[in-house]
Ligand binder design. Structure first.
Ligand SMILES: Cc1cc2nc3c(=O)[nH]c(=O)nc-3n(C[C@H](O)[C@H](O)[C@H](O)COP(=O)(O)O)c2cc1C
Length: 350
């Protein structure tokens, strides 16, 4: 029976890949919004080995490290269906205070032979009020699967008012989400990345007060080492929950936008290494970028990530991706001589 559903999932992934990427994504989300995992879900998720459990401060104890990256369910329409596919945590958004349409289509491009995507979506989303009501109506339990909100600023909000946007979105989701991610790293909102300075991070931390311990910060992979390491220091000084490393890489060809998927793997790993040089394991990290296999998951953990997230692999490997990655990870872990992920974390720097 399990094989039957796995084959259906495989076939539907192939069928969706025949559609233009944004249409395929939209259709996949409509199916997931009906929460089909009420009726069937990957069997591999039922008996997870305790060695895969990870502790992520703020998120709690997770049965495994693999979460859903921001941008996949921007509007929080399918969180139950996604949790049913096995994600250990889900980040919705980016959510901005007011709804906005994003950039003109086409704005999502698939490069199958590279296993990559380029997007210039531009924070298309339904706005904080509508999305939060939708989450509330789904009776979400953060104890089953912690929910995070990726917070963006509206395109027409001037840079000097960006902090107000962040505070507004946080206030709306305060009682609904377990963690928040301030997005200073999307390549598709003009001027956003310029806000990634230690001074602005300190201002954010001051404004959020004690709530800063729930706030993660997501950085881009286009910074130089020195500038990045100053931000890592500030994340430690300001008491941030942790860092999400990294967002997509800015490219101009063959399309302009953010590059994700396999070509991002090494670059995003480099940022884990650079961060570790500064904090030596003290600041929690979620590793994102180019994960396609259980081995890739382990690579990020040995470079110091406490948990990981995926986006592009979901688009290519389909709805069984978490179950498949976990099966691969369960083989890879002992093969590399580790008895648990906790033991593996940061081991490359030992
Ligand atoms: C279509 C698309 C939309 C995205 N939207 C967001 C977003 O709104 N906020 C954000 O922080 N990251 C966003 N991302 C970046 C992903 O969360 C992730 O950091 C990046 O894709 C690298 O992971 P991957 O190689 O597993 O895809 C988006 C990525 C894609 C492909």
């Amino acid at each position: 029976m399990i094989d039957f559903w796995a084959s259906c999932a495989g076939l539907s992934t192939k069928a969706l890949q025949l559609l233009p990427p944004e249409a395929a994504h939209h259709m996949g989300m409509q199916i997931l919004a009906m929460n089909p995992t009420r009726f069937f879900r990957p069997g591999a998720l039922d008996h997870l080995d305790a060695s895969l459990r990870v502790q992520v401060s703020g998120l709690g104890s997770l049965p495994h490290p693999i979460g859903l990256a921001a941008g996949f369910d921007k509007n929080g329409i399918a969180i139950k269906g996604l949790a049913g596919l096995g994600f250990s945590h889900i980040e919705i958004g980016a959510v901005t205070p007011r709804a906005q349409p994003g950039n003109l289509q086409p704005r999502l491009f698939r490069y199958r032979s590279d296993r990559s995507l380029i997007n210039r979506m531009g924070f298309n989303n339904d706005g904080a009020a509508k999305i939060s009501s939708r989450i509330a109506a789904q009776f979400w339990s953060n104890d089953i699967c912690p929910l995070g909100v990726n917070i963006g600023k509206n395109k027409d909000t001037p840079a000097e008012k960006a902090l107000d946007d962040f505070l507004q979105v946080h206030a709306v989701f305060r009682d609904l989400a377990r963690f928040f991610v301030i997005n200073l790293s999307s390549p598709n909102t003009p001027g956003l990345r310029k806000l990634a300075t230690p001074e602005f991070m300190a201002e954010i931390a001051r404004s959020f007060g004690p709530e800063i311990k729930k706030m993660w910060i997501k950085f881009d992979p286009d910074m130089d080492r020195n500038s990045f390491q100053k931000l890592v220091e500030e994340a430690g000084n300001g008491g941030w929950a942790g860092m999400v490393l990294t967002n997509s890489q800015r490219v101009e060809a063959p399309e302009s936008g953010g590059l994700s998927g396999r070509p991002l793997f090494d670059r995003s790993n480099q940022f884990l290494d650079w961060a570790w040089e500064v904090h030596r394991g003290k600041i929690p990290m979620i590793g994102v970028g180019g994960i396609f296999s259980g081995r890739d998951v382990l690579e990020k953990i040995t470079r110091g990530a406490n948990a990981v997230q995926i986006y592009t692999a979901f688009a290519y490997r389909g709805p069984w991706v978490v179950a498949n990655l976990l099966q691969e990870l369960a083989v890879e872990l002992p093969r590399r001589g580790f008895s648990s992920l906790a033991e593996a974390r940061g081991s490359q720097f030992a």
